[in-house]
Ligand binder design. Structure first.
Ligand code: PLP
Length: 372
């Protein structure tokens, strides 16, 4: 079969991710590939680490991008911090908490589940009760920004609970990083992972992670080898670590890292506070417009994520037909509901550089036309 080059259409990505990648980042991606141990590339790696420390608001030395998507960042945290026999308290209020449970079990640990309704934040009272019942728990894992529901949980309070109970915390910040506050040091979070395809407006396929000193000590004192060779942080550190001599571990996705660097430079230029304020402003405008159209939000105002807006699908409206019309007639992607919320909600992303007034107006106009 003869095939030809692939030219994707120019969509507007307002789903749960990937979000639109800015032209600046795409431009960086197409620069000449250099060796992954080239001294200039090593300099770039150091800058990426510093820029990630800025984004995560941390001084953690072990802060770097894993060369694989958010799921690999999640797995890196679990395989390095869970040993066989460990008890881990896992909070589930959407799809991604369920994946954490899978990770714990695959590491030979026992997951104690703290369940909350989809659309609600993690209950700190339930987590407190779980620690009282399972004082041996060595980890608490939760999702800061649940992409499946559009809900924000109180990461600061949850990390504090882990500390009070002598446990480490694993925080999923895939959708939160660069869209709302992720204060790794101020919260005392121990292992935090994210993704590049959401509020960093970078290409998918890289996962920034950061580990506290306490987490590093636990990794160094492990008695069992980490089951994953690729994600063993002690080995990854040999390539990304602080020493002048970098050892080959894997071939870094060189051009992807140019793209990440550019997106982080853009974040630094705008400033974290300004980026958060922009996400909030555009979220408020979107909600006002949706409500003026007679639509309702699926999440209570105080728990909403500005970057991911879950909207109730009105009775009698064909979910798939609306999303297909938006895509075909407007080149506009919004997200379907996931899991328990499939067919019940739409998820409208306003992430990173796609969080603009223009996109708010475009989405409202297209949705109104398709629904009328
Ligand atoms: N965690 C959350 C909260 C997510 O939203 C996602 C992806 O949407 C992931 C983890 C997994 O990331 P990836 O799809 O990049 O592997």
């Amino acid at each position: 079969m003869m095939t030809s080059s692939f030219f994707p259409p120019q969509r507007t990505l307002m789903g749960p991710g990937p979000s639109d990648v800015s032209p600046r980042v795409l431009g960086a991606l197409s620069r000449p590939t250099i060796g992954h141990l080239d001294p200039l590339f090593v300099q770039l790696m150091d800058e990426i680490k510093e820029l990630l420390q800025y984004a995560f608001q941390t001084e953690n030395a072990l802060t770097l991008p894993i060369s694989a998507p958010g799921s690999a960042g999640m797995e890196a945290c679990f395989v390095n911090l869970v040993s066989p026999g460990d008890t881990v308290i896992v909070c589930q209020n959407g799809v991604f908490g369920g994946r954490m449970k899978e990770n714990v079990e695959r590491c030979g640990g026992t997951a104690v589940m703290v369940e909350d309704a989809w659309g609600e934040p993690v209950s700190t009272d339930k987590v407190r009760a779980a620690f009282a019942e399972h004082p041996q728990a060595s980890l608490l894992a939760f999702v800061h920004a649940e992409t499946s529901t559009g809900v924000r949980s109180d990461a600061q309070a949850l990390c504090a609970l882990a500390r009070e109970n002598g446990a480490l915390s694993i925080v999923d910040a895939v959708t939160s990083l660069a869209g709302i506050e992720v204060k790794v040091d101020a919260w005392g979070a121990d292992a935090v992972y994210s993704g590049t395809q959401k509020c960093l407006s970078c290409i998918p396929g890289i996962s920034p992670v950061t580990f506290s000193q306490r987490a590093v000590e636990r990794i160094q004192n492990r008695s069992h080898k980490v089951q994953s060779w690729f994600l063993d942080m002690q080995l990854v550190m040999g390539y990304w670590g602080g020493s002048a001599k970098r050892a080959y571990h894997h071939t870094a996705p060189v051009n992807d890292l140019y793209a990440l660097h550019e997106s982080l430079v853009m974040l630094q230029e705008e400033g974290l506070e300004a980026a958060f304020a922009r996400h909030l402003r555009n979220h408020r405008a979107l909600v006002a417009g949706l409500e003026a159209m007679g639509l309702s939000m699926a999440v209570a105002a105080e728990h909403r994520l500005p970057q991911l807006n879950a909207v109730n699908i009105p009775a009698g409206v064909d979910d798939g037909a609306v999303r297909a019309a938006l895509l075909n007639d407007y080149d506009l992607e919004i997200g379907a509901g996931l899991g328990a919320l499939a067919g019940k909600t739409w998820r409208i992303g306003l992430m990173g550089s796609a969080s603009t007034e223009r996109n708010v107006v475009y989405c409202l106009t297209a949705l109104e036309a398709v629904l009328s």
